[in-house]
Ligand binder design. Sequence first.
Ligand SMILES: NC(=O)c1ccc[n+]([C@@H]2O[C@H](COP(=O)([O-])OP(=O)(O)OC[C@H]3O[C@@H](n4cnc5c(N)ncnc54)[C@H](OP(=O)(O)O)[C@@H]3O)[C@@H](O)[C@H]2O)c1
Length: 247
Amino acid sequence: MEVLMEARTALITGASQGLGLAIARQLARDGWSLVIDARRADRLKAATDELTTLTTSANRIEAIVGDITDDTHRSAMAEAARSFGNVQLVINNASTLGASPLPELTALAAQPLQRLFDVNVVAPVALVAQLHNDLASGATIVNISSDAAIGSYETWGGYGASKAALDHISRTLAAENPQWRVLSVDPGDLRTEMHADAFPGEDISDRPTPDTVIPAFMRVLDSQAGSGRYQLSDITETWSPSTEEAA
Ligand SMILES: NC(=O)c1ccc[n+]([C@@H]2O[C@H](COP(=O)([O-])OP(=O)(O)OC[C@H]3O[C@@H](n4cnc5c(N)ncnc54)[C@H](OP(=O)(O)O)[C@@H]3O)[C@@H](O)[C@H]2O)c1
């Protein structure tokens, strides 16, 4: 008798487009059940319709429209993941850049700065907290970071500070939960809506599309790499975790 393996479940925030959708496509093809979200219902539906064509009878897609800063929405995401079972992966990808064009810090009002931290820091922590009893030993949490977490670029201070805070959260989550892998992943510049908003009026067609970084992303995810920060531009075809990086 054929024994059906229960599909692994991944929760990916902000998977209607850009990097989140590119990751979702790969995981759907690899047999993961997915819980995804975004605020714009039409884009989320289009993404879900496409992702559903990549699944088999063994894995499913559940899409929930909402804002990741909304506690009720996060609870619905967590509940959907729980109902699928075998939750092995949480990818905190949804993020805001703040105002476009990006303002210097002296022009960044308190409310938009607060919103940057609500979306990019508070929501990821709250989502993991809501799921922590469902995440088995060996589960992976991926927090999508940015080079702006490390570099101090003019006008990128608010967004960069929120991503630096998220990197700190990743390190502390890893220290507190050695049973999980907590990966902070810097994808590099990508041709997406967020990147276009960062450079209004500029031609960003020379930036790589999100699908081009998926092989590197999957190499890290599927490797023995332990908790830590990974820059996808460093992940070559022959990459394997160094002794310090290995779990
Ligand atoms: N693109 C780059 O060059 C670059 C570089 C470094 C790091 N990153 C990081 O990569 C990640 C993905 O960015 P991207 O470039 O792929 O952006 P994107 O194309 O603009 O996609 C962002 C996704 O997140 C969703 N989203 C945004 N705010 C949300 C909220 N409050 N609640 C729920 N969903 C929300 C968006 O849908 P809705 O708007 O409909 O909600 C969309 O699905 C982000 O963490 C970003 O900081 C990007």
